[in-house]
Write a protein that binds this ligand. Sequence first.
Ligand SMILES: NC(=O)c1ccc[n+]([C@@H]2O[C@H](COP(=O)([O-])OP(=O)(O)OC[C@H]3O[C@@H](n4cnc5c(N)ncnc54)[C@H](O)[C@@H]3O)[C@@H](O)[C@H]2O)c1
Length: 314
Amino acid sequence: MTVTRERLAVLGTGTMGHSIALAAALAGCPVNVWGTDEADIRRGQTGIEEKLRVLQRHEVIDTQGAADIRSRISFDGSLETCVSEATFIIEAIPEILALKQEMFHKLETLCGPDVVFASNTSGLRPTAIAALTTHPERTVVTHFWNPAHLIPLVEVVRGEKTSDDTVRRSLELLRTLRKKPILVQKETLGFIGNRLQYALFREAQYLLEQGVASIEEIDDAVRYSIGRRLTVTGPFMSADMGGLDVFDAISAYLFPDLSTDQASLETMRRLVDEGKYGQKNGHGFYQWTPEFSQKMNDERETELIHWLKKDWGI
Ligand SMILES: NC(=O)c1ccc[n+]([C@@H]2O[C@H](COP(=O)([O-])OP(=O)(O)OC[C@H]3O[C@@H](n4cnc5c(N)ncnc54)[C@H](O)[C@@H]3O)[C@@H](O)[C@H]2O)c1
């Protein structure tokens, strides 16, 4: 296991913060995690314990491995002490531009100019996040995917002023964390993964509103077709293997017919307006009973761990 020279701090203990910290500790990297208060820190610790249990159940790690990982993760309620020794900081606080700008500004008062500030934003522009900093060359986006300890991709997005050295250090760190970093050369909202994911989500909503099929049938259509194939061949490889003449002929009649809606469609709008946010509060496109929730978490983790073991040769 190659261990990075960077000293890592993660800001935020939420869905992403604690799983990014776990990803680092799994790869042998010590990490300090900042939480807003005691309850926030407890949530992060609980999340890590649950994930460690699942990793043990699937024999990715043993009891000693779990203890070693636990010993690499320290939680801190003080931002100042959390980042005092850090050379590389990954911010995973809420997706509110002003909050991230303010955090990066504050970090500059606590850290030297060589410390990299990376944001885990889902799609905001790094240039905008760095707007209040005096050293924007050390700011970058490192966009992990949920759950961060199981999904390999991290999109590294450079802003207008991000230096080559910051990009190099980001890629190097992520490789030592056994991630699959992809460099996004030009900042664009949503980067690559979320643009593609949301193109699919918009079309899925459109098909639902048109009465083409049910929610379950649309989900199954993806799971049992392109979902199976996309783990091996991306869109360009799929097109090459299907025949570009065929894909071109289909594009000619299909592109003009695809959804171009500019906002969430009716069912989604209604669910959100009614406060039905999905798994997190029990209602969404599906009804999330505790049993169903547990079953889906188990199924997803089992599948993702299968791929992780394949990637890591274990
Ligand atoms: N959830 C996902 O699937 C996902 C995936 C990829 C990227 N992201 C991005 O990661 C970031 C974090 O998302 P999340 O889902 O972990 O959020 P979350 O709500 O689960 O956690 C946010 C954390 O930020 C901290 N926090 C809360 N309020 C704060 C405040 N006012 N100031 C500073 N810190 C505060 C707390 O530690 C909290 O636990 C966001 O930018 C999000 O867009 C999320």
